[in-house]
Design a protein around this ligand. Structure first.
Ligand SMILES: [Zn+2]
Length: 159
């Protein structure tokens, strides 16, 4: 699968359509629409699969960041060492936890969609609104861009 950015140029050089490229063969005009539909479904499946992997990565990242935070805090609190070493460990713990949170929330923002509980509109929110939202797991209390109502928005994988 070539990089999305290079596809138009590649197709121009090969004198084929994007649809031909995805199908792996020259598509007849009469089959064109059917093939296009199949390719779109295939792409949606690929995106869903990738989003699923991303959300698993979010768990791993969150778990690793939390455990390393706790271990560093524990060591800094109970192990015999100089004050300066304690401060360094606590700082490292906070930094790794913040980095974990930052990337975890970034993944949650872009993987899949949030569904408004009020109008069932599915959307990708801004990083800021995900970051600031109250949440229970991945269900976040956010304002829907379509109906402007605040509700608990569930994470869903497909539109
Ligand atoms: Zn809504």
């Amino acid at each position: 699968m070539p990089d999305a950015g290079t596809m138009p140029e590649l197709c121009e050089i090969l004198n084929i359509s994007i649809n031909d490229l995805f199908s792996g063969e020259k598509v007849d005009m009469k089959d064109n629409e059917k093939k296009l539909e199949e390719n779109l479904i295939e792409m949606a499946k690929l995106k869903e699969e990738k989003d699923k992997q991303l959300l698993t990565l979010e768990y791993v990242l969150g778990f690793t960041a939390s455990v390393s935070f706790l271990v560093l805090m524990f060591v800094a609190s109970y192990v015999e060492m100089q004050t300066v070493a304690r401060i360094i460990l606590i700082t490292l713990g906070f930094i790794s936890f913040m980095i974990g949170c930052f990337y975890g929330i970034k993944i949650e923002q872009v993987a899949g969609y949030y569904e408004c509980d009020n109008c069932h509109h599915k959307y990708i929110p801004t990083y800021k609104s995900v970051f600031l939202a109250m949440h229970m797991g991945r269900t976040r209390y956010m304002k829907c861009p379509k109906c402007n109502k605040r509700s608990w928005n569930k994470k869903v994988l497909n539109k």
